[in-house]
Ligand binder design. Structure first.
Ligand code: ATP
Ligand code: MG
Length: 138
């Protein structure tokens, strides 16, 4: 069993779409084994997206991620990382396949409703930023 880290982003929580996104996650066979709704601090958002610090959209991204509550989650399945990337769809919702979360729900490349880890290594790092092992219950 593999784990991945997910965030339901502010554009989705603001529009009351947490349940809809979770239904799509569970419908795809991913199990939500930890979940918490939080207001991300600027420091948390900056640390989380540190890899993008040099990108022109970094400031905008940090501002967006702290603009309203997010839901942080740990998802479990066989091949959870790749499976969730598939369920999310492309970063830009205009390029996302039909039936994916971003195609169905996202507003734009910035306000794209969900985050999912891009590797098992990053999944472990991201999970540890927000959850202790005791909070993850499969
Ligand atoms: P995420 O890491 O959030 O799961 P991703 O892996 O599909 O998304 P990344 O390339 O890691 O995409 O970019 C991280 C986030 O930065 C994107 O989800 C999006 O919110 C934002 N982003 C990426 N490219 C742009 C852009 N050109 N303009 C504005 N925001 C962007
Ligand atoms: Mg990414």
């Amino acid at each position: 069993m593999e784990r991945t880290f997910s965030i339901i982003k502010p554009d989705a929580t603001k529009r009351n779409l947490t349940g809809k996104v979770n239904a799509m996650i569970e419908g795809a066979g991913l199990r939500i084994v930890a979940q918490r709704r939080i207001q991300m601090t600027e420091a948390q958002a900056k640390r989380f997206y540190e890899v993008h610090a040099e990108r022109p959209f970094y400031g905008e991204l940090v501002e967006f991620m702290t603009s309203a509550p997010v839901v942080v989650q740990v998802l479990e399945a066989d091949n959870a990382v790749a499976k969730y990337r598939e369920v999310m769809g492309a970063t830009n919702p205009e390029e996302a396949d039909a039936g994916t979360i971003r195609k169905e729900v996202a507003l734009s490349i910035g306000e794209n409703s969900v985050h999912g880890s891009d590797s098992q290594e990053n999944a472990a790092i991201e999970i540890a930023q927000f959850f202790s092992e005791a909070e993850i219950v499969g």
